[in-house]
Design a protein. Sequence first.
Length: 348
Amino acid sequence: MTNGKNGLSYAEAGVDIDAGNALVEAIKPAARATTRPGVMAGLGGFGALFDLKAAGYDDPILVAATDGVGTKLRIAIDTGHLDTIGIDLVAMCVNDLVCQGAEPLFFLDYFATGKLDVTAATRIITGIADGCRAANCALIGGETAEMPGMYDAQDFDLAGFAMGAMERGAALPADVAAGDVVLGLASSGVHSNGYSLVRRIVAQSGLDWDAPAPFGGGSLGAALLTPTRLYVRPVLEALRAGGLHAAAHITGGGLTENLPRVLPEGLGAEIDLGAWSLPPVFDWLMRTGGLDQSEMLKTFNSGIGMVLVVAPDRAEAISATLSDAGEQVARLGHLRAGAGIRYSGTLA
């Protein structure tokens, strides 16, 4: 038993439960704004409930995805630009789900930090809610971990977990065949892959994060934090239109590694690198880092954030559907017998 004279508290050990409770209250309005059919119970319980029948499914198959934002977080932390990094987190998960043919339904986040700053954390999680709302995906739960000794005071890490569903028999890829047309949807920038190399190139350039971006878009830090594009709604529209055989989210590994993931054995692709223009940010990274074309294509999205494989007789109609949904669409090439990707032309 102690008289309390030298007693310690959890707060003195570096964990502030009151701050955690304040954060939950601060983010409740943002989470409520993401509610969609199927949500039964969200923040505040030991678990979150979701009703698949209320979401409109008869014979659903669940599809799960998890991801993070990688070292793009380092730029957000160092610059203090925290409002959109949550969109990246959502996009990295839900863009993967639609590649399986699934509609994202709900999302959970994990936020870990050395010292909980309620204002900063609210900005981050509000960004997560913004991404969920854009993807019609409910933010129904998560975890905030204050971990002194594991992270420096201002550092944090993020992980995301998305659950989606589709009716049985609707999974992608399906019916992929030689002659199928490969369409590319423009990226919004570097998205959330390759940032260890990006940061190395920036260090080599001698520029600070607050320097004007050589490729436009405000400061260098802000430009490189342009959030990952969300492709959920347009890809689901293309799927409903008919003729979509496969979709590949162009993340780590670039076109070179990700497109083959959705092709059956014995099929490869012919891709024309002249079918789209290399965005200025990638041109700057390539020139400043002295990167060759093969390195660009296996590290970055190089301007194409999502690839769709479609039936030849549906290519024009699907392109029009995607364009009407606000996407910039490029006809990249076609599938052929054989393995791997053969590139023609040059990135420019």
